[in-house]
Design a protein around this ligand. Sequence first.
Ligand SMILES: Nc1ncnc2c1ncn2[C@@H]1O[C@H](COP(=O)(O)OP(=O)(O)OP(=O)(O)O)[C@@H](O)[C@H]1O
Ligand SMILES: [Mg+2]
Length: 303
Amino acid sequence: MRPVITVKDLTKKYGSLRAVDGVSFAVYENEIFGIVGPNGAGKTTTVECLEGLRVPSSGSIRVLGLEPKADGYKLRQLIGIQLQEGKFPDRIKVKEALELFASFYSRSVPAGHLLEKVGLLDKADDYFDNLSGGQKQRLSIALALVNDPQVVFFDELTTGLDPQARRAMWGMVRSTREAGKTVILVTHFMEEAERLCDRVAIVDQGKIVALDTPANLIRSIDGGLRINFSVNDSGIAAQLESIEGCRLTASNRDITIQCADYRVVGEVIRILGENDCDFHDFTVSKPALEDVFLSITGKEIRE
Ligand SMILES: Nc1ncnc2c1ncn2[C@@H]1O[C@H](COP(=O)(O)OP(=O)(O)OP(=O)(O)O)[C@@H](O)[C@H]1O
Ligand SMILES: [Mg+2]
């Protein structure tokens, strides 16, 4: 696998704040690489250093063999950028925005083709101001692809969108990868990263605290499966605790069992049945990327 991005010991300070604090990673050709973490973790700062839009305090970066600070102009011909805080004049039309962006590059994809791809063909003559939130984000994808880039950066593409619009964006991120491009996806939605990304760097307070495939990250946390239910008589907990490979925590009548094996689920139900124990709200779930963040940092990702 060929790295298209390599980052070594990247640090970015704002005054005394180390917003990015010694970060190293590589992104390989044609993967969707996620950078996830809570607000203020340093995600945007990191990617904007890769895009040549912010100047690192120290460390080295190569994107497509170029050094973003020194080769910024050349690099921006080859990459696509969707900014977290992208803004346009209200009275610019969709088609005009694409034409404007196309004029920045030595080569560009025809506007009609891009609008069709993001489902905005019928909005070509509409003003930016009149687009819905989801449509504005679709346009921002089209603009990021206008120069047919090899590497595309999406920063909080789906923030503020409803679930349906979010799913539409996910489809577009996947088709960007299918078109042969490498995608860097910045998000604070763990579920989004879990579903879309081949590998994920979890960032907290300027540092990468974990980096792997979502499946490996999830496997890395204890307990595998989680069984939750409520009982009327919490006396049953002592018997359940004796099941091999079961870690039980009880809070009043709510019982949580962590285990690595579905056999424990069968055992739990057997014991509940044998003891005529009334139980309700019985669920079995697998941990998600969200739980990985909690397990590593001890914090919930959402404030
Ligand atoms: N231009 C700047 N000047 C000073 N401090 C900054 C600047 N940009 C970012 N910061 C600070 O650096 C830290 C990281 O910010 P950054 O925008 O990279 O975080 P983020 O992970 O993208 O957060 P979010 O999820 O809210 O977008 C924050 O504490 C932020 O306040
Ligand atoms: Mg950000």
